[in-house]
Design a protein around this ligand. Sequence first.
Ligand code: UDP
Length: 194
Amino acid sequence: MKQVNILGIPFTNMDHVTLVQQLQQHIEQREKSFVVTANPEIVMRAHDDSYYMDCLQAASYITADGIGIVKASKLLKDPLPERVTGYDIMMEFLQIAEQKKYRVFLLGAHEDILQRAVRNINAHYPHIEVVGSRNGYFEWDDHTVAEDIHQAQPDIVFVALGVPKQERWIAENYNKFNQGVFICVGGSIDVVSG
Ligand code: UDP
């Protein structure tokens, strides 16, 4: 897989169509994967915080969530094809999940917003099975969050805990899972809640 290094972060050189196809393949083959959509805030934070950088290095794919990052790659003569945001991947994946009847888990946001997002997904995508949800305001050492996800056996886990919590949480818990595409989606659960 081709990567482009920007300030120490190995960005995945892939357009969103190829990335989504690739993630779908992981689901079909029951493999896990971890997707970070890195905006300039993430890049700068990783530059200053080596532990956070280690968490990002654990990702299977890192997309450029910012036109500035795409421009930087062009200046480095190693161009990334396009900006790929967490929200775009989430929307595209919900369409695919509807066709393929994938199992989806939502992790993050405040409880009322989260439940509204679950209701909206159920209303708009009747074939998606939302197999679980947990709000994003739990104690860091609360092991029941990972246990709930493990038991639900989701194909896709949308993780919306904000930066840097979402990337840290996946990196620290990833070894507990044997399947599922874990995607950091920032404030997207808020958007889906309507
Ligand atoms: N969030 C969360 N737990 C936290 C902090 C944030 O679940 O401890 C959620 C927040 O409710 C929102 C999402 O993370 O749904 C994104 O938050 P924010 O806009 O602060 O982060 P950003 O998108 O800027 O990374």
